[in-house]
Design a binder for this molecule. Structure first.
Ligand code: ADP
Ligand code: F6P
Length: 327
C-alpha cells in the first residue's frame, strides 16, 4: 500500500467542453474528503509553466456544477511539445509539492500528461472534448451537451427551411471526427449527413440528391456537414446548389455556439464519476493512466496504450442514418 498522497493539481487543457467544471468539482471535493490538498492550475500547461497555481477548497467549486466552460480557464500551449518545457512543467509540480496531476482534455492534452508522467509526476487524464474523438473511451465529457445544442439549432433551421421550401446546409464541429454530425443529423431527420469517416459524394451527386428529393415532394432539404469534410466551403456549395437547381439555399456554420452552455445530465454524471475516479487512482499510487467509460463501466488504461487505440464511427449507425434519410 503506497503512502497517502498529500497534494494534487488539476488543470483543463485544449478546447473547453461543457461538464469540465463538474469534473473539476468532483476532483476537488473527492480529494478534500480524503484530506488531500488541491491546487488549481489556470490555463492548462501554459499556466503550469507560468506557475499560475492556487489552492482550491470545497467552496472554490460551489455553484459550478451547472456552469459551462471551465473555471480554471484553458489554453493551447505549443511550447509544451518540447522536452525542455515538459521538464519545466514537472519542476513546477515539484516546486508546488504537486504529487499527482489530473489533466482534463483531449488526446493532445493526454500526450502532454504522458510526458509529465515519464518525468515522475503521477498524471491521470480525464476525457473532456465535445468531439467524442478519443479512441480509448466510448464517452468524452461535453459530447452530449454539444449534440443537444446542435440538434436544437438544426431543428430551428429546419423549421424555416420547410416554410421557405429551401435547402439548408449546417456545418457542425467535431474537428476530424463526424460524431456530432452523425448524431445531430439522425436526431433532426437530416436528408444528408457528411462525415469525414466516409467518402463524401461529389457536388454533382449532392445536387442530384437535392433535386430528387424536391421532385418527390420534400418541402426542404437539410444537410448536416461535419467541419472535417471538405465540401469546398458551405457558402460556396450553397451558391452552386442554388445556381444549378433554382432552389434557394442557405448555409449556417454553428461554430463555437456548440462548445458552451450548461452541461446535460449525462455530461454532469460522467464528469462526477470520472473526476472522482481520477482521485481514487492517484490515492492508489497510480499515474500515467486515463479514465474511460466503456461497456457501462468506468475503467482506466495506461496513457501510452490509450493513445495507440483507434476507433471508428459505428457503421450500423451510418447505415441506419442512410435508411432513415431515404424519402
Ligand atoms: P486536445 O487536448 O483537446 O486534443 P490539443 O491537441 O490542442 O487539444 O492539445 C492541447 C495541449 O496539449 C497543447 O496545446 C499542448 O500544450 C499539449 N500537447 C499536445 N500534444 C502534445 C505533445 N505531443 N506533447 C506534449 N504536449 C502536447
Ligand atoms: O476540439 C473541440 C473543437 O471545438 C473542435 O470541434 C474544433 O475543430 C476546434 O475545437 C475549434 O478550436 P478553436 O476553439 O481553437 O477554434
Amino acid at each position: 500500500m503506497s503512502e497517502q498522497i498529500k497534494k494534487i493539481g488539476v488543470l483543463t487543457s485544449g478546447g473547453d467542453s461543457p461538464g469540465m467544471n463538474a469534473a473539476i468539482r468532483a476532483v476537488v471535493r473527492t480529494a478534500r474528503a480524503k484530506g488531500i490538498k488541491v491546487m488549481g492550475i489556470r490555463n492548462g500547461y501554459k499556466g503550469l509553466l507560468a506557475g499560475d497555481i492556487f489552492e482550491m477548497n470545497s467552496k472554490s467549486v460551489s455553484e459550478t456544477v451547472n456552469k459551462g466552460g471551465t473555471i480554471l480557464q484553458t489554453a493551447r500551449c505549443k511550447e509544451f511539445m518540447q522536452a525542455e518545457y515538459q521538464q519545466r512543467g514537472a519542476d513546477m509540480c515539484n516546486i508546488f509539492g504537486i504529487e499527482g496531476l489530473v489533466v482534463i482534455g483531449g488526446d493532445g492534452s493526454f500526450q502532454g500528461a504522458e510526458k509529465l508522467a515519464n518525468l515522475g509526476i503521477n498524471t491521470i487524464g480525464i476525457p473532456g472534448t465535445i468531439d467524442l474523438d478519443i479512441a480509448c473511451t466510448e464517452y468524452t465529457i461535453g459530447f452530449d451537451t454539444a449534440v443537444n445544442t446542435a440538434m436544437d439549432a438544426i431543428i430551428k433551421i429546419r423549421d424555416t427551411s420547410t416554410s421557405h421550401s429551401r435547402c439548408s446546409i449546417v456545418e457542425v464541429m467535431g474537428r476530424h471526427a463526424g460524431y456530432i454530425a452523425l448524431w445531430s443529423g439522425i436526431c433532426t431527420g437530416a436528408d444528408l449527413v457528411l462525415i469525414p469517416e466516409k467518402d463524401a459524394p461529389s457536388r454533382n451527386e449532392i445536387i442530384e440528391n437535392v433535386v430528387t428529393n424536391k421532385n418527390k415532394g420534400k418541402k426542404h432539404f437539410l444537410m448536416v456537414v461535419a467541419e472535417g469534410v471538405d465540401v469546398g466551403g458551405c457558402d460556396d456549395l450553397a451558391k452552386e446548389i442554388e445556381a444549378k437547381t433554382g432552389i434557394e439555399t442557405r448555409a449556417t456554420i454553428l461554430g463555437h455556439f456548440q462548445r458552451g452552455g450548461a452541461p446535460t445530465a449525462v455530461d454532469r454524471l460522467h464528469a462526477a464519476m470520472m473526476g472522482s475516479k481520477a482521485v481514487d487512482l492517484l490515492c492508489e499510487g497510480k499515474g500515467k493512466r486515463v479514465v474511460c467509460f466503456n461497456e457501462g463501466e468506468y475503467v482506466d488504461y495506461d496513457i501510452n496504450e490509450a493513445l495507440k487505440m483507434t476507433k471508428d464511427v459505428d457503421q450500423y449507425m451510418v447505415k441506419v442514418n442512410q435508411l432513415l434519410a431515404t424519402f
